[in-house]
Design a protein around this ligand. Structure first.
Ligand SMILES: [Zn+2]
Ligand SMILES: [Zn+2]
Length: 346
């Protein structure tokens, strides 16, 4: 066995955590057979969908006949503004505090049947525009310190409604992952005098083996420390803390990159590729200047539309582990077409 194939662990400099990589378990050639799922027969409009235009939502609320994106406060929010008055505890062993915040839903378009890769670049730019505007509005509230934008796509990820939409959870405190990433980016700046993610991008551009696709302003790559089989990281080419720091050209470029990346995902197993994805952007804290805007895609699929990765056993008790290397995953995503398979068939 080549020494390159030996089990090893890789360090995630954003979180300070490790992942175990066991490439020797995949030495056998790729078993190319891919099961097909029955074609998704979603209608353009579903009268029973609470996200479609004109339909009734919770109680008496009715959606407007929206034409583009549509943003509203979640009718069943995980966070409430009035939680500030929660009577917490502050002893060493019993500690709790109120988490005031807000939850919103952003529908991508009126179409019940079109996910991100099936929208046009300008429609995706409108979605990014809506995320940007909500980030700006939510951070005007002094009680909000962090804005988390994310999409759970597919039943496999526990998505409760197939109408393409994303969520925004705005909190008064920093979530764990964001706090870790802020601390590590700040420490990196103090130690090396430069930006962790801009430095990382520059080195990945030189090595090029993990880059999936890119344009003038953004790059999508499989990070060296990826945990999920086809995990990717989307990075801007210059320093930017939040979506609100991007100009119109950069928003268009991000839309272009998202269409190309998510099309590659769908084409990989010719299915609507499930994932949890989201932005990490600078929280409103002192000294968040080191925080670089980026996106994570965490897809669970491993070998086919029905074989997924689970975090069990060693992964729950010890640390995450993978067989397929990030380099192999990047190869497969690069081989995947940027013409959507459904379009190909038309
Ligand atoms: Zn719908
Ligand atoms: Zn992140």
């Amino acid at each position: 066995m080549e020494t390159r194939q030996y089990p090893h662990r890789r360090f995630n400099p954003l979180t300070g955590e490790w992942v175990l990589v066991s490439p020797h378990r995949l030495l056998r050639p790729w078993q190319g057979k891919v099961e097909r799922l029955p074609e998704d027969q979603r209608p353009r409009y579903d009268p029973d969908c609470y996200l479609c235009p004109g339909n009734t939502r919770a109680g008496p609320v009715r959606n407007p006949a929206y034409q583009s994106t549509f943003v509203f406060d979640n009718d069943f929010p995980a966070l409430l503004p009035e939680a500030a008055t929660f009577p917490g505890e502050s002893s060493a062993l019993f500690r709790s505090e109120g988490e005031p915040g807000r939850c919103q839903v952003v529908c991508f378009s009126p179409r019940h049947d079109l996910s991100l890769p099936e929208l046009s670049v300008s429609q995706i730019a409108a979605v990014i525009g809506a995320w940007t505007e909500q980030t700006r509005l939510l951070l005007e509230d002094p009680g909000i310190a962090h804005v988390q934008i994310f999409e759970n796509k597919g039943e496999l990820m526990g998505c409760s409604n197939p109408h393409p939409h994303s969520q925004i959870w705005a909190t008064c405190h920093l979530p764990n992952e964001v706090q870790k990433e802020l601390d590590h980016q700040r420490a990196y700046r103090e130690r090396h005098g430069s930006s962790l993610l801009l430095g990382y991008l520059a080195q990945e551009q030189q090595r090029s083996e993990r880059i999936v696709c890119a344009n003038q302003h953004f790059t999508a790559l499989v990070p060296y420390w990826a945990v999920w089989p086809f995990e990717t990281l989307v990075l801007p080419h210059r320093a930017a803390g939040r979506l609100t720091d991007l100009n119109d050209k950069e928003i268009d470029a991000l839309a272009d990159l998202l269409k190309r990346l998510t099309t590659r995902y769908d084409n990989l197993f010719q299915c609507s590729f499930p994932y949890s994805m989201g932005f990490h952007q600078a929280p409103r804290t002192e000294d968040a200047g080191d925080f670089q805007l980026h996106m994570h895609f965490f897809p669970p699929l491993l070998r086919s539309p029905v074989v997924r990765k689970f975090m069990v056993g060693f992964e729950m008790l010890g640390m995450p582990q993978r067989d397929l290397t990030p380099e192999q995953a990047a190869d497969r995503l690069r081989e995947s077409s940027e013409v959507h398979y459904k379009e190909d068939r038309r």
